[in-house]
Write a protein that binds this ligand. Structure first.
Ligand SMILES: [Zn+2]
Length: 348
């Protein structure tokens, strides 16, 4: 029996084709089964610790969404506890973060590490097919409830944890999107160094993209001005990202008792990483004020002053505007913006 699902996936175990059985997919090469439940494809099951809610909270939230509808759960459960999560799910500015993909819209896109699914919901209005993948089963389950209620049949929810072995055939997607996800990938590959883990994962994204397809990453800049001003990074340390990684690792092991593995790169570092993974052209941008709900997405590839004019005059105080223009004029701005969008293309 062949259907849409068997064309959509390849087994993560041997990259062989899958056949559809009643409530599961099966690898034709080794017979490994993968569950399908209410339209949710489960290549792995379980929860991951990242995210807005604890696993207990997610279970409560999911139950409420299933019984009373997701909008009721949004108002009664999410809004009083995590107003920011309401924004991540419903803010129309989430659409701005996918603007660079407009050229390839109407195609098939993978939202890797989709979390609660705010970006997948935005993508569903522009793309023919949106594969929304996350390592946390309860989060994709919530998106599955939303998708059903909103009749968004073009969203395919997938639970899968291993970023270096994806359940998709070669040259499958027109675009792959990672928003605030890249830095966490090495945590799924504890035996590799951070750079080796990133390279492995990026090569895997390269494999599943069609020639000419785009990888769009939104992430932090390790030399972003927030860190020079003392903002704590993922590990809870101040000034850690701007120090040499080996030194930060030593500090993290001493102070926090664990290695330093959630790391970001400089703009040049991202370019190098993409090229090593086989990508062709790389273009950097700056989501303003940040990648989660950007008002603007400015290009960092040309003259910055022209780009800064796109920001509404009342957007920043006069002091901040002067500082921005000074950084733009000296050419420093592209090195110290807090967040980057990294758009890489697979050679045709
Ligand atoms: Zn197999």
């Amino acid at each position: 029996m062949s259907d849409k699902a068997t064309d959509l996936f390849a087994s993560p175990c041997c990259k062989a084709k899958l056949t559809r059985q009643e409530t599961r997919l099966e690898c034709v090469a080794c017979g490994h089964p993968y569950a399908v439940e209410d339209g949710l494809f489960k290549f792995t099951t379980g929860t991951s610790s990242h995210g807005e809610f604890s696993s207990e909270e997610m279970a409560e939230l999911l139950k409420l969404a299933k019984t009373d509808g997701w909008k009721s759960a949004l108002e009664r459960y999410i809004r009083p506890r995590r107003p920011r999560a309401v924004q991540l799910l419903t803010d129309p500015r989430r659409y701005n973060s996918i603007e660079p993909l407009k050229a390839v819209k109407n195609g098939r896109v993978l939202d890797f590490g989709c979390g609660l699914g705010g970006v997948s919901l935005a993508l569903a209005t522009a793309f023919e097919e949106v594969v929304a993948l996350d390592g946390s089963e309860d989060r994709v389950s919530l998106l599955n409830v939303i998708r059903r209620e909103e009749n968004l049949d073009n969203i395919v929810p997938v639970c899968h944890i291993d970023p270096a072995n994806l359940p998709f055939p070669d040259s499958h997607f027109d675009a792959v999107l990672l928003i605030g996800v890249l830095e966490y990938l090495p945590q799924s590959l504890p035996d590799d160094t951070v750079e080796a883990a990133h390279e492995k994962c990026l090569k895997e994204f390269h494999r599943i993209l069609r020639p000419g397809g785009s990888l769009l990453i939104h992430t932090k800049n390790r030399f972003g001005w927030q860190y020079w001003l003392g903002e704590r990074d993922h590990s809870g340390l101040r000034f850690a990202p701007i120090l040499p990684v080996s030194l930060t690792d030593l500090i993290a092991r001493t102070v926090k008792g664990r290695p330093y593995r959630i790391i970001n790169y400089s703009g040049g570092g991202y370019r190098k990483l993409m090229r090593k993974a086989g990508f062709d052209s790389v273009a950097l941008g700056w989501p303003v004020p940040g990648y989660q709900t950007p008002d603007y997405l400015l290009s960092l590839e040309g003259r910055m002053l022209g780009e800064l004019r796109k920001i509404a005059p009342d957007y920043h105080s006069i002091g901040k505007r002067l500082a921005l223009h000074a950084l733009g004029l000296t050419g420093l701005l592209r090195y110290v913006v807090p967040h980057y969008s990294v758009m890489a293309t697979k050679r045709r």
